[in-house]
Ligand binder design. Structure first.
Ligand SMILES: [Zn+2]
Length: 494
C-alpha cells in the first residue's frame, strides 16, 4: 500500500475557495504546472518564496509515493511590461538597455535563477519548457481558438474575444470577477489598441519594426501572448486536464483567468482540478520594491550585505524561516524573524544530531505513532508547514527529555521516530544541516576570524581606531568582509 492511499490530503482550491479532498485524475500520478519566472532580472525573493512553496508540495507528494510530473516553465518571450498588452517585451527591453542579445539576457538570468534555487536546495522540476521553444504549439492553439470562434484577427494580431466567450462560458470564474464590473472599471486606452474591447487579450501580437523578438505565423511576423504560453506548455506535457496549477497570488488575474478561458475555448474543458496560489512576501511590513530601497536580493541574505539585515544567514535558515509561514499567508521578511528562525533551526539540528546518542529503553513513555500521524496531518491539511514544524519541535522536546532521563523510547519506536524526523526535516522541508558542509578547515578559519573580531573590538574600546581599521581592511583584502550590526560583528567570505 502506498502512503497516498493512507494519507488523505486536503488542498485549498482557489477555484472553489475551499479546502477539498485531493484525488488525482489518474491514481498514483500527479500532474502539476507552476508558472515560472520571466528571466529578465535577478530572481525576486517573493518569487523564491512561491517556488519554495511548490517545491515543498512537490517533495511531499513524492514522499507519499505519487509519481509527479512537475512542469515549471521559463518565460523567455511575450511578457510585456503591462498587463493590457502594451509596453515593451521585458526581455527585449533589458537587451536594448544592456546592448546585448535577448537570448543573452535569458541565459544570464536563467543561470542566476537556477543557482539561487540550487542554493536553497530546490528539487529541479521534471520538465522546464521555454516559451520560445513552443512557438509552434502556440500557433496551433491560436488556430483552434480562431476556428472555434473565440478569437479575431486585426492587422496581423490575434485577440481573444472575452465578450463572446462570456456569453457561453464564465470569464472570471477563478478571480470571482464579473465581466460587467470589469467593463465598468476599465479605462479606454486612447484608441491605441486594435482590440474590439479592452478586456480582450492578445494571443498573437504583430511585431513593430523595432521589436527584435519575432517569429513567422499565419497572421504576421510577431510573438505570442504571455497567457497563451502557459496553456500551450501545460497541456502539451500534462494533457488538456490535469491535477494542480500553481503560481503566485498576483497571477490569479488576469494570467490564470486567461489560461482557463483559452483552454475552454480551445479544448472545451477547464484545464485544472486544483488551482493553488502562494501568497506574497513583504519586508518590514511593506511591499518589497527596489525603487523604495525596501529590497533584498536572495544572495544578500547569504552574504549579509544588505542594510536590512544585521548578519548573514545560511540558505537553510532562510528556507526554514519561509516555511514557518503557511504558503497562503503573507510572509513578512524581517531581521528579527530571521534571527529567531536561526535559533529555532539550530535547536532542531542539534536535536537531530543527538538522536544517535540517545539511550534506548524497554518501553516508550510517549506515543510515537500518534506524534508521527500529527506530522502527516499537518501536511495533509493544505501543506501546513508551520504546524509540521511545531510538531518537529515537539520531537525536539522528547529528545531532550530522553537525554535528561525524563522520558524513554524503545528500539522499535526509535526507528520510527528517527526516520520520521529525517523524512520531514530533510526530504519534505528540504532543509540541510549547514554544519555538515563546513569542513574542519572552515571551522578553524571561523575561529581565527572570530578572534580577530574580538581583538578589533578591544582596539575600538581602547579608541585604537588605526588598529581596528587595519584588521578590517586587511581581512577585506584577503576576501573576508566584516559587517558591524546591532547584534555585533559578523563576517562573510567571497
Ligand atoms: Zn503562467
Amino acid at each position: 500500500m502506498k502512503l497516498f492511499q493512507e494519507q488523505e490530503i486536503k488542498i485549498y482550491n482557489s477555484l472553489s475557495g475551499q479546502k477539498e479532498t485531493f484525488k488525482s485524475i489518474i491514481e498514483g500520478y500527479v500532474g502539476m504546472y507552476v508558472c515560472g519566472p520571466t528571466v529578465y532580472s535577478n530572481v525576486h525573493l517573493g518569487n523564491v518564496r512561491t517556488f519554495m512553496s511548490f517545491d515543498t508540495i512537490y517533495r511531499y507528494l513524492k514522499h507519499l509515493g505519487y509519481k509527479v510530473r512537475y512542469v515549471r516553465n521559463i518565460t523567455d518571450a511575450g511578457h510585456l511590461e503591462n498587463d493590457a498588452d502594451v509596453g515593451e517585451d521585458r526581455i527585449a527591453k533589458k537587451a536594448r538597455l544592456e546592448e546585448i542579445e535577448p537570448m543573452e539576457v535569458v541565459q544570464r538570468y536563467t543561470v542566476d535563477f537556477h543557482n539561487i534555487l540550487n542554493t536553497f536546495n530546490f528539487l529541479p522540476p521534471s520538465i522546464e519548457p521555454t516559451a520560445t521553444g513552443h512557438i509552434i504549439e502556440q500557433i496551433e492553439l491560436i488556430k483552434t481558438i480562431l476556428e472555434n470562434g473565440f478569437a479575431y484577427e486585426v492587422n496581423g494580431s490575434v485577440y481573444f474575444d472575452v465578450h463572446k466567450f462570456d456569453k457561453t462560458n464564465n470569464y472570471g470564474v477563478l478571480s470571482k470577477r464579473k465581466l460587467e464590473d470589469l467593463i465598468h472599471n476599465t479605462r479606454e486606452l486612447d484608441g491605441q489598441s486594435d482590440k474590439k474591447n479592452p478586456q480582450d487579450f492578445a494571443l498573437w501580437k504583430k511585431a513593430e519594426p523595432q521589436h527584435i523578438m519575432r517569429w513567422p505565423s499565419p497572421w504576421s511576423d510577431g510573438f505570442p501572448g504571455w497567457h497563451l504560453e502557459c496553456t500551450a506548455m501545460s497541456t502539451k506535457y500534462l494533457g488538456d486536464h490535469f491535477d494542480i496549477h500553481g503560481g503566485g497570488m498576483d497571477l490569479k488575474f488576469p494570467h490564470h483567468e486567461c489560461e482557463i478561458a483559452q483552454n475552454e475555448a480551445a479544448k472545451g474543458k477547464t484545464p485544472v482540478n486544483f488551482w493553488m496560489h502562494a501568497n506574497m512576501l513583504i519586508m518590514n511590513g511593506k511591499k518589497m520594491a527596489k525603487s523604495t530601497g525596501n529590497f533584498i536580493l536572495p544572495t544578500e541574505i547569504f552574504t549579509g550585505d544588505n542594510k536590512h539585515i544585521t548578519k548573514s544567514f545560511s540558505p537553510s535558515v532562510a528556507r526554514f524561516f519561509m516555511l514557518q509561514a503557511h504558503y497562503r499567508s503573507i510572509l513578512d521578511f524581517t531581521n528579527n524573524g530571521l534571527l529567531a528562525s536561526e535559533k529555532g533551526f539550530n535547536r532542531l539540528m542539534d536535536a537531530v544530531k543527538e538522536l544517535d546518542s540517545l539511550q534506548l529503553a524497554e518501553t516508550t513513555s510517549f506515543n510515537v505513532l500518534e506524534w508521527k500521524q500529527k506530522c502527516y496531518d499537518a501536511m495533509n491539511d493544505d501543506f501546513n508547514s508551520p504546524i509540521l514544524i511545531a510538531n518537529l519541535f515537539e520531537a525536539v522536546k522528547y529528545i531532550n527529555q530522553i537525554k535528561e532521563g525524563n522520558a524513554t523510547i524503545s528500539a522499535k519506536d526509535f526507528e520510527v521516530f528517527k526516520s520520521t524526523i529525517h523524512t520531514f526535516v530533510f526530504d519534505v522541508l528540504g532543509l540541510k544541516d549547514a554544519a555538515k558542509k563546513v569542513d574542519s578547515g572552515t571551522n578553524k578559519l571561523s575561529g581565527a576570524v572570530e578572534l580577530l573580531i574580538k581583538l578589533r573590538q578591544e582596539a575600538r574600546a581602547n579608541k585604537d581606531f588605526a588598529l581596528s581599521d587595519k584588521i578590517r581592511d586587511e581581512l577585506a583584502e584577503i576576501g573576508i568582509q566584516l559587517k558591524d550590526g546591532k547584534e555585533g560583528t559578523s563576517f562573510s567570505t567571497t
